[in-house]
Design a protein around this ligand. Structure first.
Ligand SMILES: Nc1ncnc2c1ncn2[C@@H]1O[C@H](COP(=O)(O)OP(=O)(O)OP(=O)(O)O)[C@@H](O)[C@H]1O
Length: 263
């Protein structure tokens, strides 16, 4: 990477390892992984179930400390952020999960769910927070007339839109999406992907987009990291990686999606 590209890196995992202690013994979920996300870029992370994608997401978000290596946000090790600084940092990175209901409390209406991070971080008045929530719901394609309905009164796709609005409330620089469409019907998946694509362009967000679905990653990601057994086996620009995969594992993943028909 050139010095200009290095300066452009928003977040990086540097030789990061995560070992979980389990009753059955230590499990190495992430093993010496280095990835970078540049400003305004979407990094796709693909790999089979158990390859370490979600663990990497949690490490990048600072939700778990690495066993070894470091996560650098801006130019600082995440481990060096404390107290107020950590609270401020938390506003700059947000996560969207597979199951929207996991991040939406049942007794919070759509508007209240989006207002909550603004309240917690002391932003604006109740009135201005509600106004902002309505704007965000509109931005993600939820009819503001339904702002006072509760999560279970919405479809899965609409729930995910509300969860995305909530994640955007604090105007984060980084959005980490962990399988955000896997729980949705195929037609709805496409709508949520189109929404994320628009938001990314409109807001200039940096994204980490985790999916086992290569077609999804191809559509959204500028660059892709392929994970297998806790390691990154290949990274590259999306177009190039899909056109000319170098690692046998990447080829295997691609073949599983696009079976080569023999003549
Ligand atoms: N909290 C935990 N405690 C113990 N082991 C864990 C924990 N979280 C993940 N693991 C293990 O770490 C490995 C990687 O899991 P991880 O969930 O990061 O992979 P993944 O690629 O996201 O898989 P999936 O797509 O199924 O979520 C797996 O062997 C998993 O069982």
């Amino acid at each position: 990477m050139s010095p200009t590209e290095m300066a452009d890196v928003l977040i990086a995992a540097e030789d990061v390892t995560k070992i979980y202690d389990t009753r059955a013994g230590p499990v190495t979920a992430v093993d010496g992984v280095s990835v970078q996300v540049r400003r305004g870029e979407t990094l796709g992370v693909v790999g089979e179930s158990g390859s370490g994608k979600s663990t990497l997401a949690r490490l990048l978000m600072g939700l778990q400390p690495p066993t070894d290596g470091r996560i650098v946000f801006g130019d600082r090790d995440l481990a060096s952020y404390r107290g107020k600084e950590m609270r401020r940092l938390r506003q700059r990175m947000q996560m969207v999960f597979q199951s929207p209901l996991g991040s939406l409390l049942p007794h919070f209406s759509a508007a209240a769910a989006v207002m909550e991070p603004l309240r917690v971080h002391g932003r604006g008045t109740k009135q201005s927070r509600r106004q902002r929530a309505i704007e965000l719901l509109e931005l993600v394609g939820v009819n503001p007339d339904f702002a006072d309905l509760y999560p279970t009164q919405f479809s899965g796709g609409q729930q995910q839109r509300i969860a995305i609005a909530r994640a955007l409330a604090l105007e984060p620089e980084l959005l980490v999406c962990d399988e955000p469409t896997s729980s949705l019907d195929v037609s709805i998946q496409a709508q949520i992907l189109a929404l994320l694509e628009n938001l990314k362009d409109q807001l200039g967000l940096s994204c980490v987009f985790i999916s086992h679905n290569l077609a999804v990653v191809e559509r959204l990601a500028d660059r892709v990291a392929v994970m297998s057994s806790g390691t990154v086996v290949e990274t590259g620009d999306t177009e190039q990686l899909f056109a000319d995969p170098q690692h046998p594992y990447t080829r295997k993943l691609l073949d599983a999606v696009l079976p080569v028909t023999s003549a």
